[in-house]
Ligand binder design. Structure first.
Ligand SMILES: [Zn+2]
Ligand SMILES: [Zn+2]
Length: 375
């Protein structure tokens, strides 16, 4: 089959910036050297532009996981332009298609089923996409955001002004324009490109699938460290409207910390979280599925399967009871602050159900380990 035509602009951008980053910058470092101010600026801009993609393009605009003040939106739009990944409107349109048709080799723009190279960068090198380049019907909501439309209209001037203007100015202040553009402009850009591309490539290949195996997305703590928290991609693909990707406090998700931190000073609001009950049930369902698959080859498979099934049913029932009690208790707590009889009773039931659930959860986990040793 004939391959679609090459996109020369993209290819040239990747080759030129890549050559400068991997050949020019090491040579400059050897013969001229970078000073601390240049290195620190490159690191700061790496985080700023990378997180403009993850907190801005991705979690704010593509998935609407929270609302942000206009100042924050303008800053994220500028950081996104500096990351050189097309306009917000275009990026989000592609990304929404990715979620809607994940892994579809025809429709998903960066389908992991077409290989690691394709998902990482190959998809941008040829005109693979069948739909019109400027078809933004899946982003009608974004077209109402003046910041999105302003950035889309002035995308190229913003790219040039941020990448060369900001770094050039900082270089001038530091006494070496070219050195600053090389490390904080180009080298930083190439690094941001590839770490964010990892979210489409590696995060669909490498890691665990604790929430769903309905698509290729994986959870990977190592990857999260390099992708501003986006490595928890299995969770993200099942619960895309959650502003968090790493839901536990110990999971490395600086994008989540940034969004939450800004909410404390009133710059972001309406942070959306998936209810804990749904998350735990999704995880349990996946454990149930994996456990069933593991024991299916055993000689006494039917017997073990029915045991797993009954323990799983009990777990789900106890989760439902516990979260229903928790909801009731919250409602009563909001209504009456005083210690009414109703509230005391609810408190008691809630604690009992909580204990029952944690006992069942322990039993369930032990059963998983047992299954594992049998397989
Ligand atoms: Zn997403
Ligand atoms: Zn994905």
């Amino acid at each position: 089959m004939k391959k679609p035509p090459l996109i020369l602009t993209n290819i040239l951008v990747f080759i030129i910036t890549g050559a400068i980053a991997f050949i020019g910058v090491p040579l400059w470092a050897t013969y001229i050297g970078f000073d601390t101010a240049e290195i620190v600026t490159a690191i700061v801009l790496f985080y700023f532009t990378g997180m403009s993609i993850t907190a801005g393009y991705h979690r704010l605009w593509s998935h609407k996981t929270y609302d942000a003040n206009i100042v924050v939106r303008v800053i994220l739009a500028m950081g996104g332009a500096m990351a050189l990944q097309n306009s917000i409107l275009h990026w989000c349109s592609d990304h929404r298609i990715h979620h809607r048709h994940v892994d579809d080799t025809e429709k998903d723009p960066y389908s992991a089923k077409r290989g690691l190279w394709f998902a990482h960068i190959g998809w941008m090198l040829r005109e693979y996409q069948s739909h019109r380049y400027d078809d933004y019907r899946n982003c009608k909501d974004l077209q109402k955001d003046p910041v999105v439309m302003w950035q889309h209209k002035y995308y190229l001037p913003l790219v040039l002004a941020t990448n060369f203007g900001i770094t050039g100015l900082l270089g001038w202040l530091n006494g070496d324009i070219l050195g600053m553009i090389l490390i904080a402009g180009v080298f930083r850009l190439v690094m941001v490109h590839h770490v964010t591309f990892f979210i489409n490539s590696l995060a669909h290949f490498w890691g665990k699938q604790p929430y769903t195996d309905g698509n290729t997305a994986r959870d990977n703590g190592v990857l999260a460290f390099f992708t501003f928290g986006e490595g928890y991609h299995n969770y993200h693909h099942i619960f895309e409207y959650d502003y968090r990707n790493g839901i536990h406090w110990w999971q490395f998700d600086p994008t989540k910390w940034l969004i939450r931190g800004l909410s404390f000073v009133g710059l972001t609001h309406n942070l959306r979280r998936v209810p804990e009950e749904r998350i735990r049930k999704a995880r349990a369902a996946m454990q149930f599925q994996k456990a069933s698959a593991r024991v299916s080859q055993l000689p006494n498979a039917d017997e073990v399967l029915s045991k797993i099934q009954s323990e799983y049913d009990l777990l789900i029932q106890k989760m439902s009871d516990y979260y229903a009690a928790k909801k009731r208790l919250m409602r009563v707590r909001q209504k009456c602050l005083k210690r009414s009889v109703e509230r005391l009773e609810l408190d008691y039931t809630y604690k009992e159900l909580k204990n029952a659930l944690s006992l069942q959860q322990e039993k369930w986990l032990r059963l998983q380990q047992l299954n594992f040793s049998m397989s």
